[in-house]
Design a protein around this ligand. Structure first.
Ligand SMILES: C[S@@+](CC[C@H](N)C(=O)[O-])C[C@H]1O[C@@H](n2cnc3c(N)ncnc32)[C@H](O)[C@@H]1O
Length: 260
């Protein structure tokens, strides 16, 4: 768990009656600063990253999220099993946020990593809270990249990608995942997590259907999967996720991400 030396906040979660009725995407908390309470939606990452230490205090401590560590440890175990030195990885951390996954990658011996996130607030928070961790950090939409940015991204010759707590719920869509995935060399390593109900969803256009197709058509070869509690909800209920480590075998056709 991150040990940032930051201000502590009085944090309030919804009363149990209200909290029990909230979907994961509707959850909120309130923080008290200078005697005033401010309500923030848990998926309003820009507002959370703007407050140093809030992401860690809220998600890691109060809601018991260990996903960065769990996914990176699962990746590390597969690297060890394949006798691969983590220092040979050039990792793209997609949906990198304020750098919690980068920190865990470094803990397992990965030395070269680049962050990529939609939000400039995420990049600013990573630079502020974990300076020097990422070689580079791009704040952009991977489905709409300027040629210079694309060239720079491609010049990193990535052979691994992590994507933790960033798929589903209107975050990274399949089309963006595919674009980032296609930045990796083949063979390459992919480590990600996804809520169990999204993984099981086989409706056309869903993430589950997209991942299943990648696995069935050998674009992706699964190495390890665990089901675990990603975190608890604001009502204290466990939220079950799958963590997956897989090998990239080929680029994915972008039209696989479309519903039909
Ligand atoms: C819950 S945070 C996870 C951050 C980090 N991976 C972690 O585990 O601590 C989700 C992150 O995904 C990012 N995100 C959402 N949609 C995205 C997109 N289309 N492209 C890149 N990043 C995106 C958000 O900005 C946010 O930083």
């Amino acid at each position: 768990m991150a040990t940032l030396d930051t201000q502590r906040f009085d944090l309030y979660l919804p009363p149990s009656q209200a909290g029990g009725g909230l979907d994961q995407d509707e959850e909120w908390c309130e923080i008290e600063r200078d005697g005033e309470r401010q309500r923030i939606r848990l998926h309003d990452y820009a507002s959370i990253f703007n407050v140093p230490g809030l992401y860690e205090q809220l998600f890691c401590e109060k809601l018991e999220c260990d996903s960065p560590e769990i996914v990176c440890q699962l990746l590390a175990a597969e690297l060890i099993a394949d006798d691969i030195d983590p220092a040979t990885l050039k990792a793209l951390d997609f949906g990198a946020g304020n750098g919690m996954v980068g920190e865990q990658l470094a803990n397992v011996g990965v030395e070269s990593m680049v962050g990529l996130d939609l939000l400039p607030e995420a990049r600013d928070a990573a630079m502020r809270d974990r300076p020097g961790l990422y070689e580079d950090y791009f704040a952009l939409d991977i489905t709409d990249v300027e040629p210079d940015d694309r060239r720079e991204l491609e010049s990193h010759d990535f052979n691994a990608m992590t994507c933790v707590a960033a798929l589903g719920f209107g975050d990274i869509p399949p089309a963006a995942f595919a674009e980032a995935f296609n930045l990796l060399d083949s063979p390459g390593w992919v480590a990600f997590n996804l809520r169990d109900r999204f993984m099981e969803d086989n409706e056309a256009g869903s993430f589950g259907a997209f991942i299943t197709r990648m696995l069935e058509q050998d674009v992706l070869e699964e190495q390890a999967r665990v089901t675990y509690t990603h975190r608890v909800s604001v009502a204290g209920e466990p939220l079950e996720y799958n963590a997956v480590v897989a090998c990239k075998r080929d680029d994915v056709p972008l039209d696989w991400t479309r519903a039909s």
